[in-house]
Design a binder for this molecule. Structure first.
Ligand code: GRF
Length: 205
């Protein structure tokens, strides 16, 4: 499966996908990395791995739709079958989401459907949660909604700050995203009534 990755920042999840794809038995390959920011640290991970990169700045377009169309064209020109958002900080237009329906994944640092949106770590601590975690899901028009492919629970410890919790969750993200991408790329994920049904053993998460 050919994958396009969307980033906006440091790109550690992108790096985990690049590393996974480097294994000969991994069923996916990254064909392009697109960033809406020229200074996104993650672009260097892509360059180091010899992956094509594109910077498409949202500031150069006067509407969300116009920006998304250029991204869509770049993804299709690169031959992408699937889009993985990995810390991509722009809301996508309904048009883009529709074009990539059931072909776009996102990773979010909470156990969805809890704590959609921003400031997730502080909100989980504030709520007194004893576990939080991360989720990989298919993208739908509403932010951080869509069929859940895989999740990892992570403990919230006494004395955690948003930063310490974020670091613990990020470690789990780096295992979860490649795992979820593998499931999807192997064709083991079916969406039935807006829920993911996974074929076979999923215990290797
Ligand atoms: C991750 O926590 C991801 O879940 C969220 O944004 C962060 C991106 O981090 N969507 P990185 O750029 O992959 O290091």
């Amino acid at each position: 499966m050919k994958v396009g990755v969307l980033i906006s920042g440091r790109g550690t999840n992108l790096k985990s996908l690049i590393d996974a794809c480097a294994s000969p038995d991994f069923p996916a390959e990254i064909v392009i990395v697109i960033s809406n920011k020229a200074d996104a640290g993650g672009l260097q991970f892509a360059r180091d791995a010899g992956i094509a990169t594109r910077v498409i700045s949202h500031r150069d377009y006067d509407s969300r739709e116009a920006f998304d169309r250029v991204m869509d064209e770049a993804l299709r020109a690169a031959g992408a079958d699937l889009v993985c958002s990995a810390g991509f900080m722009r809301i996508l237009s309904d048009e883009f989401v529709e074009k990539w329906h059931n072909r776009q994944l996102n990773i979010h640092p909470s156990l969805l459907p809890s704590f959609k949106g921003l400031n997730v770590y502080a909100r989980a601590i504030e709520a007194g949660c004893k576990v939080s975690g991360c989720t990989v899901h298919f993208v739908r028009a509403a932010m951080d909604e869509g069929p859940i492919v895989a999740q990892t629970a992570v403990p919230v410890l006494e004395g955690d700050t948003p930063d310490t919790l974020a670091a613990r969750i990020l470690k789990a993200e780096h295992k979860l995203y490649p795992h979820a991408l593998r499931l999807v790329a192997e064709g083991r994920v079916k969406i039935v009534d807006e829920r993911c049904v996974i074929e076979g053993d999923t215990s290797a998460a």
